[in-house]
Write a protein that binds this ligand. Structure first.
Ligand SMILES: Cc1cc2nc3c(=O)[nH]c(=O)nc-3n(C[C@H](O)[C@H](O)[C@H](O)COP(=O)(O)OP(=O)(O)OC[C@H]3O[C@@H](n4cnc5c(N)ncnc54)[C@H](O)[C@@H]3O)c2cc1C
Ligand code: FES
Length: 363
């Protein structure tokens, strides 16, 4: 008993000490003005030390991906810190490989600016901009997904690749937050973007977006994302989406047929019941114009009322396995919940695709 009490007391003292150190760092330590040099001095700014590197970059209009809004849970905000980053933190290790750590890769939302820093950011990311936009229309697609169209006000044009996403700025009691949303409108439409947003109960950004009306102004940054359509017209495209993971697929499919009207492409879409189906009629019309486009929707939890459904049932990876012949030259794009992505990746690898043939965003 005495032994347990001693451990509890010592543990409590450690927690108290850690809290005091954090409070002292926050309120007492002054790091002064620090200089941040990016890409060997191609961009330089000064900032009061003590804050997160990500916030300092945003304040200086450098908009790197930060899909979780700085919570340390997405791992997207990677930069290379060559000077002044301090030791890697426990909150970063899950997202960094050994090679990342060796080359100084860090999560910008976790690194605090405490001294002058030298950092590297890929040039492509420095092209992401902040956009001011106006809601042009809001359409209800399903019981929890809305389609929102935004006209671009400033700048008035966006260059995006099919499958990329933007980060919407949403208000919250703690100040603005950023969340990632894939662009569903095709890349050849330069003056607007369209999103498909699923309402997450109690979610800050999705509730804000679902509450928008025509004419409301919205800020976003972007575009971001690594999806890259192969220019090889002989390579078949496979799109697999679940829920709001439809958005990037719509962009990819319409952009694809704009450029390559004959190209072979599959769309696999998984949802729970017929109430969750959307865009199916649009895709059927597209398939009439482009017979090399094949559509498979699958219901994972059909209701009694869905008995007239004559499409697939079961998880979407089973449909992918059923319809795709092995050994075909392909590129695949996957978006949806992590378990769906893992299951589809396994199926695609069994069909002969390699890691470099598969792009995915988990959400
Ligand atoms: C690259 C990328 C692209 C994305 N594209 C889209 C898109 O096209 N359309 C879209 O609707 N979303 C998309 N998302 C998800 C989106 O960024 C937000 O995470 C989501 O809308 C929830 O944000 P929120 O602020 O409403 O919820 P938060 O305030 O962040 O979360 C509120 C609560 O809900 C939980 N939660 C968060 N997300 C989910 C979820 N998906 N399901 C269940 N519970 C959740 C949280 O843990 C928290 O407890 C994408 C994410 C990424 C990383
Ligand atoms: S912004 Fe998500 S981990 Fe840094």
């Amino acid at each position: 008993m005495l032994y347990i009490t001693a451990i509890a007391v010592i543990g409590g003292l450690f927690v108290l000490l850690a809290a005091l150190l954090l409070a002292a760092e926050r309120y007492l330590v002054r790091y002064g003005v620090c200089t941040v040099r990016i890409n060997a001095g191609s961009t330089v700014f000064k900032v009061q030390g003590g804050g997160a590197l990500l916030a300092a970059l945003i304040n200086n209009k450098i908009f790197i991906p930060s899909a979780c809004g700085g919570k340390g849970s997405c791992g997207y905000c990677k930069v290379t810190v060559t000077v002044g980053g301090g030791p890697v933190l426990p909150t970063e290790t899950a997202f960094l490989s050994r090679a990342d750590v060796r080359s100084g890769v860090r999560l910008a939302c976790q690194v605090k600016i405490k001294q002058d820093m030298e950092i590297g950011i890929p040039e492509a990311l420095l092209n992401a901009k902040q956009y001011r936009s106006r809601v042009a229309s809001v359409v209800t697609l399903t019981r929890d997904i809305k389609q929102l169209d935004f006209d671009l006000l400033d700048p008035t044009e966006i260059e995006q690749r099919p499958g990329q996403y933007v980060q919407i700025q949403a208000p919250s009691p703690e100040g603005p937050v950023f969340r990632a949303y894939s662009i569903s409108s095709p890349s050849y439409e330069k003056n607007r973007i369209q999103l498909n947003v699923r309402l997450v109960p109690g979610g800050v950004a999705s509730t804000y977006l679902h509450g928008l009306k025509e004419g409301d102004e919205v800020l976003f940054t972007g575009p971001y994302g690594e999806f890259r359509l192969s220019e090889d017209a002989q390579r078949e495209i496979v799109c697999v989406g679940g829920g709001c993971g439809m958005a990037p697929m719509r962009n990819i499919i319409y952009s694809l047929y704009h450029q390559w009207p004959e190209r072979s492409c599959w769309l696999f879409f998984g949802c729970r019941t017929t109430k969750d189906i959307f865009y199916l009629d649009d895709y059927r019309m597209l398939a009439k114009r482009h017979p090399s486009f094949k559509i498979v929707y699958a219901l994972s939890d059909p209701l009694a009322a869905d008995e007239t459904w004559d499409g697939e049932t079961g998880f979407i990876h089973l449909a992918v396995d059923k319809f795709l012949a092995p050994g075909v030259k392909r590129q695949a794009f996957l978006c949806g919940p992590p378990p769906m992505i893992e299951a589809v990746m396994d199926v695609l690898k069994n069909k002969g695709l390699t890691d470099t043939d598969i792009f995915y965003d988990k959400f």
